[in-house]
Write a protein that binds this ligand. Structure first.
Ligand code: MRU
Length: 369
C-alpha cells in the first residue's frame, strides 16, 4: 500500500545487505516515517515486544526473519539447534496472545531442523521467511476479495449512500505485509468504486486507530472519521454503522476471537443493534488446539504506564504526558475475547464461514489434525 504515494510493504530485506531486515518504526506514526533496523534476533524480539512492529501477521513475519537471523548467529555455535531453540523461546515470549508468532517460529524451526550445513541452513531460513511473507500478502488480498462481496451487498441496499464501516485497532496493511485483514475489503471496495466511509476507534491505550488506521486510510485516500472508543454504540443505535469489521490475534476452534481490548464491547453493541460484525481472519491466526477462547486464550498484560501516559505531538515534538496522578494504579490488558455467538462471519482467504467449529472445519479441515 502507499506511504507518500509510494508503494511499500511493512518489512523487507535490505537490497544491499542481506543480513539487515528493515521495518517502519510504528511507534512514531503518523508524525514521523522512520525505518528501524533489525540485525539480530534480539533486535527482532525488541521490535515485537516494544511494538516497533505490531499486528498479528506482521509480528509473525518479523519473528520468522528473527529466526533467520538466529541461523546466522548459530553459524559458529557448537550446538546450533540448542541456540535456535533458545532464540525461538526468546521470540515466543515477547507477546503471548497473537498466535502467528508461535506459528511462524515453528514454521522456521521445522524448515531448518534437518539442515546440517550452517550456510545451507541460513539459505533455507531466508527462503522460508520470504515465502511466509509472500503468502501473507496473498492471504490478505484474498480476505479483501471475499470481504468485498459483503460490502457490495450492503452497498446495493443503500441506493448510492456511503457504506459506513466501523473498525477497532489497526488491522490494515501496517498490521500485515500489505493490504491488511479487516481493512483489505475496504481497500478492495474503494478500488471497485464503492463509496465507503470508515469510523476509526482511537483504540486506547496505544491508539493504533488514531496513529495507524487513520494514517493509512488517509494515505490511501479512503474517507474516515476518528472517534473515541466509547462512541461506536451510540453510532450503531442511530443507524450510522452498516457493518463492523475487525482483525484477530487468535481465533480458536469454537470461533471465539481474541482481538484488541475493547473489541468485545463493539460486538455487544453490534449484536444489540443488528449490525453485522465480521472478523478478517488469516489462517495463520487460527489456533484449533484451544476449544474455548474466553477461558483459554492467554491475554497479554502490558505496563500500566501505557494507560497512565498518552503520547502525542507537542510543539512539533513527540512527547508523552501523564493523564492521572503519578500514584494512580493502572491495569492494562492488551486483548479481550469476543464469543463466537456475536460474530456474523469469519472472512478468510478461502471464503467466509460461520464462527463455529463446523464453519472453520469446512474451510480449514487440515487445521484439525
Ligand atoms: O497490540 P497490537 O497492535 O499488536 O494489536 C493488534 C490487533 O489487535 C489487531 O487487530 C490484530 O493483530 C489483527 S492484525 C491484522
Amino acid at each position: 500500500m502507499l506511504i507518500n504515494g509510494k508503494h511499500q510493504q511493512t518489512i523487507w530485506v535490505n537490497e544491499q545487505d542481506e543480513i539487515l531486515i528493515q521495518v517502519f518504526d510504528q511507534r512514531h506514526f503518523p508524525h514521523k516515517v522512520e525505518v528501524f533496523d533489525i540485525r539480530t534476533t534480539k533486535d527482532a524480539a525488541f521490535a515485537i515486544k516494544e511494538m516497533v512492529v505490531r499486528g498479528a501477521p506482521l509480528i509473525g513475519i518479523t519473528a520468522a526473519y528473527g529466526m533467520y537471523l538466529a541461523c546466522i548467529e548459530a553459524r559458529g555455535e557448537k550446538k546450533p539447534n540448542l541456540y535456535l531453540a533458545e532464540a525461538a523461546t526468546e521470540l515466543n515470549a515477547t507477546r503471548p496472545t497473537a498466535i502467528n508468532l508461535a506459528w511462524a517460529v515453528h514454521e522456521l524451526l521445522s524448515a531448518v531442523h534437518k539442515v546440517k550445513d550452517p550456510e545451507e541452513r541460513i539459505k533455507v531460513a531466508l527462503q522460508k521467511a520470504n515465502q511466509l511473507k509472500e503468502e501473507d500478502v496473498a492471504i490478505s488480498k484474498n480476505i479483501g476479495l471475499h470481504g468485498l462481496g459483503v460490502i457490495k451487498e450492503i452497498a446495493a441496499k443503500k441506493n448510492g449512500e456511503p457504506v459506513n464501516i466501523l473498525t477497532h485497532c489497526n488491522a490494515g496493511w501496517l498490521a500485515t505485509i500489505d493490504w491488511g485483514t479487516a481493512l483489505s475489503p475496504i481497500y478492495h471496495a474503494q478500488e471497485a468504486g464503492i463509496d465507503v466511509h470508515v469510523w476509526v476507534d482511537e483504540t486506547r491505550p496505544r491508539n493504533q486507530g488514531a496513529n495507524l488506521t487513520a494514517f493509512e486510510l488517509n494515505e490511501q485516500g479512503v474517507r474516515h472519521t476518528l472517534i473515541n472508543d466509547n462512541t461506536g454504540g451510540h453510532l450503531m443505535q442511530h443507524g450510522m454503522v452498516d457493518m463492523v469489521i475487525v482483525g484477530t490475534d487468535r481465533t480458536v476452534r469454537n470461533g471465539d476471537v481474541a482481538n484488541k481490548i475493547g473489541t468485545y464491547l463493539k460486538a455487544l453493541a453490534a449484536h444489540d443493534n443488528n449490525v453485522p460484525f465480521y472478523v478478517g481472519l488469516p489462517s495463520s491466526t487460527l489456533d484449533c488446539s484451544i476449544a474455548d477462547g474466553v477461558k483459554d486464550i492467554p491475554i497479554e498484560t502490558r505496563d500500566g504506564n501505557e494507560v497512565k501516559y498518552m503520547q502525542g505531538k507537542v510543539d512539533g515534538e513527540i512527547k508523552s504526558v501523564l493523564i492521572c496522578s503519578e500514584d494512580t494504579p493502572a491495569l492494562n490488558y492488551g486483548f479481550d475475547v469476543t464469543p463466537a455467538k456475536y460474530i456474523t462471519g469469519l472472512i478468510t482467504e478461502r471464503g467466509i464461514c460461520e464462527a463455529s467449529e463446523e464453519g472453520i472445519r469446512s474451510l480449514f479441515p487440515e487445521k484439525f489434525g
